[in-house]
Every structure is written in C-alpha cells, then in structure tokens.
Design a protein around this ligand. Structure first.
Ligand SMILES: NC(=O)c1ccc[n+]([C@@H]2O[C@H](COP(=O)([O-])OP(=O)(O)OC[C@H]3O[C@@H](n4cnc5c(N)ncnc54)[C@H](O)[C@@H]3O)[C@@H](O)[C@H]2O)c1
Length: 430
C-alpha cells in the first residue's frame, strides 16, 4: 500500500528542530493536541492533517497555516504521498485506531495513539506487534499518568511515606451530564460501535492503578450493569426529543438544561463543539431538534453500563477496588491508598498523607494546571502527555513516555479481563 517515496523518506526531526506532526483525525482530541502544538511552536509543528470533515480540516489548515496539499480527506491518502512528518498523532474513533496505527508504523512514523489502542484484544496485539517490529516511538494517550498530581503521588509512594501499599480504593465519578452526553446520546453509547464503558472510559483508571501500585495485576473480577436509561424506565409523558417534551424543564437529563448551562456560561468548547462546529444559541437549538444529542435519554440505542466495580489483586498480594459511577456531579476522581505505615487520600487538587508513627497529616495542595480549559484537561494530563511524547521523539528516548508498548498492552489486557469477568460472573486469572 505504501509508495517508495513514503517508505524511503527520512524520519526523525532534525536535531533541535521541532517535531513534525501529522494529525490523523482532527476531531475533539485532535483539536486539543493541535492546540498544544500551536502553543509550543519551538518544539513541534503540525505539518499535515488527514480529516474527512471539510470544516474540521479547514480549521486545522487555518490554525497551522498549512498549504492545501498538506491537508488530506483520509489518512490513506496522506500515506501515499511523500512523507511530510516524523509523527502521526492518531485521534480517530475507537474502531478506527488499529488500521492507521499499523500502517503508519510500517511507514516508520512515530505514533501517538488515542486510547483505547483498539476495541479488541486481537487488534491491540496487532498494533503493538507492528510498532515493535517497526521500532518506532509509541505512546498511548492514557493521560492521567501524565497529570502532575500523579507524579507527586508516585514520588510520595516511592519515598515510602506510607510504607508498602496494601490496598487501594479508587473512584471515577463520571458526572451525570457527561454520562448522558457521551455514553447515552453520544459516540460511546454502544459496545458494538465503540467499546465497553470500562475500555472507553475507565481504561485510564485501570492503567493508572497499575502505574501507581507499580506491580502487574494477577487476578480480577467485576460487577456492573445498565440501571437507568433503559426503555422500560422511560416516564410515560416523555417525548422522543427534549425540545418536544413536557418534562424538559424538570428532567435532570434534559438536553436543553444540560447544554443550556454551557451556553449560559459562554463555554463553547466541549461538549457544545460536539453538537455543532460553531456553537451559538441557534445552532445548538437546531442540533437538539435534529441531531443525536437532543434525544430523550430513555429513547436512545445505548447499552453501555452506568455503574461498574472492579476488584483486583496485584503480584505480591496488594488489592484494589475501582468504582465507575455515572450518577455523580462533575468532580475529580478520588483515591485512598492504605499502606503498612500510613494512609493517603487524594484527588486532583489535594493529597493528604498520614503517618501512623506520628499521626501527623501533611496536606499537599496541587497547583491548578495552567493554560486554557482545553489544554488543562485531565488535571493537566493532556498537556503532560504531549510534553512527554514530543520530548521522547525529539531526543529519540522513549523513556520519556514512561512505559513500553507491551506495558500499554498489559493495561488493555487487564480491562478486557475485567470485562470478561463481569460478563461471565467469574474471577479471571491473568
Ligand atoms: N485520552 C482521553 O482522555 C480521551 C478523551 C476523549 C476521547 N478519547 C478518544 O479519542 C478518540 C477521538 O475522540 P474524539 O472525541 O476526538 O472523536 P471525534 O469524532 O471528535 O474525532 C475523530 C475524528 O476522526 C476523523 N476521521 C474519521 N475517519 C477518518 C479517516 N479515514 N482519516 C482521518 N480522520 C478520520 C473524524 O472525521 C473525526 O473528526 C477516540 O478514540 C476516543 O475514545 C480519548
């Protein structure tokens, strides 16, 4: 499939020169990474884009001053021509990760791939084999690893501040409105078209637990299901669309209310930018009248879970529980870590460590991530990831990424095992 020109072109950034990036997919995530690049022009440049949506492609062209010939409607077309970039940042939808990842790796591109690597174990392995064979730098966007609070937390654990980790309790409050947006009305509502919730959303959390505990998992089980947004729970008066519904002023999940809050706050990025490329009161109202995000939450074709717990045992015997809860307000994840000499409680803002020998508690306030709202996403993890990945490519030292492709695969395998455990109601040994 690849031309000689593509395979023969030189790969790596000139020493000291900016890393040249091809954005493969210029949706919400591609836009965030593109914005980081624009703010770090001395370190990286977007030099090409592949994106079928005309509006989004034009947006990247304008933002990065790309010539028309550097913009492609499909990633395959980008691979056909002379190689313009060192790196492919692949931010297509879940089911469209494996194919471009394998192809760009074969063409010698370093790759930053959105999570999940792929929706099936087979495709995850295929991608990891391809990047291993090609010997390219490979990062997966498990952004929580790169959040500054994760780094502070790991330093405290490495200093032995709570002794040996014995158990962990980690909670992901998804947010009732975020859940309704992404997992009932939106792109990740169905396992067959995207992925199970644990892979689509909480693969971050299982990966993060592996990172923080610092040992492989050896056994896992899980429970969970879809409790609320099922057709049989639909209120009798509910209409198929929120703008037509008698309950639209009182329903907690009314699309008019949820998106109206963002409009009223003048917050025109995510999630409004998912509804319409240029959010205004009129364009959002039109999207709610005609598009998927105006549908009644009880009249969607969703099937992913709204609550799930995972119980894990690590090598060495430490255990962890993870809870994904849809029905929460919008707030950071919370974690408690119980050690032989102390305990630690944290979220993205604060870490509190108590030492059993003195009963002293230290409270560490974490600085709010700087930059605009988009770049500070995932408690600074989005920017931290880009910083680490670009550094790894520029120095040809994958150690900056902090883990190998095989370790990224292991995190995915843990998710698949946990989901198997839930579906088959059993314990899975790893
Ligand atoms: N790391 C995180 O925290 C995080 C958060 C949200 C989403 N994600 C993941 O990021 C990925 C993208 O999510 P998104 O919200 O940006 O989705 P999106 O739908 O906004 O963007 C995907 C883009 O890929 C484009 N595309 C489709 N076919 C293409 C092709 N052949 N060539 C080039 N581009 C093509 C689409 O037109 C679209 O613009 C998903 O896999 C999602 O699970 C990760």
């Amino acid at each position: 499939m690849l031309t000689d020109a593509a395979t023969a072109a030189t790969a790596h950034p000139a020493p000291g020169g900016p890393v040249r990036i091809a954005l493969v997919g210029a949706g919400i995530r591609g836009g965030i990474y593109g914005r980081w690049v624009a703010e770090h022009a001395d370190r990286a440049q977007v030099v090409a884009v592949a994106e079928p949506d005309d509006d989004r492609r034009a947006g990247v062209r304008a933002a990065h001053r790309l010539a028309p010939e550097a913009a492609y409607a499909d990633w395959r077309a980008l691979l056909q021509g002379p190689r313009p970039a060192d790196v492919a940042v692949i931010t297509t939808q879940d089911a469209d990760h494996a194919e471009p990842a394998v192809a760009f790796a074969a063409a010698g591109y370093d790759i930053l791939l959105e999570k999940p690597i792929a929706p099936t174990e087979h495709d995850c392995r295929r991608v990891v084999e391809a990047v291993r064979e090609a010997g390219v730098v490979f990062g997966v966007c498990h952004v929580l690893r790169y959040a500054p609070y994760t780094q502070v937390l790991r330093e405290l654990l490495a200093q032995g501040r709570i002794g040996e980790i014995v158990s962990v309790d980690h909670v992901e409050p998804v947010g009732f409105d975020h859940y309704a947006h992404s997992y009932v009305r939106g792109n990740w509502r169905r396992t067959d078209t995207s992925a199970p919730m644990l892979l689509a959303k909480s693969c971050h959390d299982l990966d993060w637990l592996l990172h923080v505990v610092g040992r492989p998992a050896r056994s896992v089980t899980s429970y969970g299901g879809l409790r609320l947004f099922r057709p049989e729970n639909r209120p009798a008066e509910a209409a198929d669309r929120c703008p037509d519904c008698a309950l639209r002023r009182t329903c907690a999940y009314s699309a008019e209310t949820i998106y109206g809050r963002h409009l009223a706050a003048g917050d025109l990025d995510w999630p409004l930018s998912v509804l319409t490329p240029h959010p205004t009161a009129e364009s959002v109202a039109e999207a709610l009248r005609t598009g998927p995000y105006g549908r009644c939450v009880w009249a969607c074709d969703n099937d992913v879970v709204d609550h799930q717990v995972v119980a894990l045992e690590f090598d060495g015997g430490a255990t962890a529980t993870f809870t994904m809860a849809a029905f929460t307000t919008d707030r950071p994840r919370t974690t408690s870590i119980f050690g032989t000499l102390g305990e630690l409680h944290c979220d993205a803002d604060t870490i509190r460590v108590t030492d059993f020998r003195t009963l002293a508690t230290e409270e560490i306030r974490l600085p709010a991530p700087g930059g605009d709202k988009l770049l500070s996403g995932h408690s600074g993890g989005d920017a931290g990831l880009m910083d680490a990945f670009v550094r790894a490519v520029a120095t040809r030292d994958p150690a900056w990424i902090g883990r190998s492709a095989e370790e990224a695969l292991a995190a995915h395998e843990l998710v698949f095992a946990a989901e198997r455990a839930r579906l088959e109601r059993r314990v899975v040994e790893l």
